[in-house]
Design a protein around this ligand. Structure first.
Ligand SMILES: [Zn+2]
Length: 497
């Protein structure tokens, strides 16, 4: 039975998207060359594709290729607004490209009017054809563009995030998938994982003594980790580190097929496309698919491009370069109806085994196993929660880790990062640690007899000063430059956050 032929209960939560043309895919890909944050890039691709899905079939009727391409480019640039989040810098940079695209669209459309009779005939023929064919499943597009393998982390996107605990009432629950994820019993807190060893290995897998199997088919070497740490006093300590000090957990929030029998091929293709994207963008060190398969992508000694801007601290040490200092571990998850669906029990078990392995291998302290949603900030807006994956609901207890939602986030406590109503709407209740950090912040202000705003300004200024002392990671700059050379539009979206 094909996916499209399935009954209505399934249709209810499948987002059908007609395949986009190769021309459209190419134009969108060109635009994303300039976005060097892989997460933002995929968020962009998804919004652009969703937008384009409605228009693509009609645009294909336009008989002039440059006009079609200009249209795709124009729409693509407009969709960039969604990720640019009203960023003036980006809007300005894309303005000229938009003007040009608009001119081409208008000009060639006028020319196309000469072909009206032909066009009418084509339209009639197409409409006839649509009536007799069913839309192709999304996976059909995956071969022409990997954009469907969208790793979308909801940077400021509205989202109900309690992947393990809650169901959103307005989202209809899939019939054969419980809205509440299975849970695991809590592990004993704080114990160092038992000695693990490599028990067996093949050409593209490794098996560890705790049952952890790591697929290495997609593994790549990236830029070596190379980072320094600040002291709480603000001094950039001289020691250079090349080993990871922590783990940052993510969810992929992807546009995936439902986890159900009958979709085996699509599920496999979807995960493969996602893995190819993660590999190409070097987005995570590890990815865990919904069957609990663990894939190493960027090797342990290399930095992955997973964290954006973030802050974490331990004892006297403050970490600002999380890409270098932390391993990025992402759980493949399905984004649906404005929220990420719960991860599976297979993923929980695999994630726990992987965490134990990494903790043992790199002597990672339990309080350095953090979630992206807890550490992520937007320096430009001075707000926490730029990325919101695992901003709630990470099963710390099941992983034998301390509950970091109850610890004051250093972004707030040290640098006075704030939050807005959108953050509250998305996250719901404030973390207990956030409440504690705010209390501390207020008492600091009282002690110094200055206003909260003044203290916040001062701390934010401090954050900018600290960040300015960080060495520019090798590779990041050159990748950006080469991207800008490839394309006339210059949109470094990551610079906003
Ligand atoms: Zn993330």
């Amino acid at each position: 039975m094909t996916a499209a032929a399935r009954g209505s209960p399934t249709e209810r939560y499948r987002r059908e998207r007609p395949p986009v043309s190769r021309e459209c895919g190419d134009e969108l890909t060109r635009i994303t060359d300039d976005i060097d944050d892989p997460i933002v890039k995929l968020r962009y691709l998804q919004s652009a594709l969703n937008e384009e899905g409605d228009n693509s079939a009609l645009v294909q009727l336009v008989p002039i290729a440059p006009a079609r391409r200009a249209w795709y480019r124009l729409k693509g640039l407009q969709a960039l607004d969604a990720v640019a989040d009203a960023d003036e810098e980006i809007a300005e940079r894309t303005l000229n490209a938009r003007k040009t695209a608009r001119r081409v669209v208008v000009g060639t459309t006028a020319a196309a009017l000469l072909f009206v009779p032909v066009l009418v005939a084509i339209v009639a023929w197409q409409i006839n054809k649509w009536g007799s064919t069913e839309p192709k499943p999304i996976a059909a597009v995956a071969s022409s563009t990997e954009a469907n393998a969208t790793v979308i982390e909801s940077a400021t996107a509205p989202m109900v995030v309690s992947p393990l605990l809650t169901a959103t009432p307005e989202v209809a629950a899939p019939v054969n998938q419980p809205p509440v994820a299975e849970t695991l019993a809590a592990e004993d807190l704080g114990i160092v994982p038992a000695m693990l060893w490599l028990a067996d290995r093949g050409p593209d897998w490794e098996l560890y003594s705790n049952g952890l199997r790591i697929e290495t088919k997609y593994a790549v070497k990236g830029t070596a980790r190379d980072y320094r740490v600040h002291s709480r006093g603000g001094e950039l300590l001289p020691t250079k580190f090349s080993r990871p000090i922590g783990i940052l957990f993510h969810t992929s929030e992807s546009d995936l097929w439902p986890l159900e029998p009958g979709y085996e091929k699509e599920l496999r293709q979807g995960s493969e496309a996602l893995l190819r994207f993660v590999k190409r963008e070097q987005a995570y060190n590890y990815m865990i698919d919904r069957f609990g398969r663990v894939y190493r992508v960027v090797d342990d000694d290399s930095r992955a491009n997973h964290a954006g801007h973030g802050v974490w601290a331990r004892g006297d040490e403050v970490y600002l370069d999380l890409n270098s200092a932390f391993l990025g571990v992402s759980f493949e998850s399905r984004w649906e109806g404005g929220r990420t669906l719960p991860i599976t029990r297979a993923q929980l078990i695999a994630g726990r085994n992987l965490t134990n392995y990494l903790r043992q291998r790199f002597a990672i302290a339990p309080e350095m196993c953090v979630t992206h949603g807890l550490a992520s900030v937007s320096p430009k807006r001075g707000l926490i929660g730029y990325h919101l994956d695992w901003a709630r609901g990470f099963p710390f207890a099941a992983f034998g880790l301390p509950d970091l939602y109850s610890q004051p986030p250093p972004s707030v406590a040290l640098f006075g990062f704030n939050y807005d109503s959108e953050f509250l709407r998305t996250v719901g209740e404030r973390w207990p640690g956030l409440v504690a950090a705010e209390r501390q912040f207020a008492s600091d202000a009282r002690e110094r007899s200055i206003s909260l705003e003044d203290l916040r300004r001062e701390r934010q200024e401090e954050y900018r000063r600290w960040r300015a002392t960080l060495p520019t990671p090798a590779g990041a700059e050159s990748a950006l430059e080469s991207a800008n050379q490839q394309s006339p539009v210059s949109t470094t979206v990551n610079k906003r956050g």
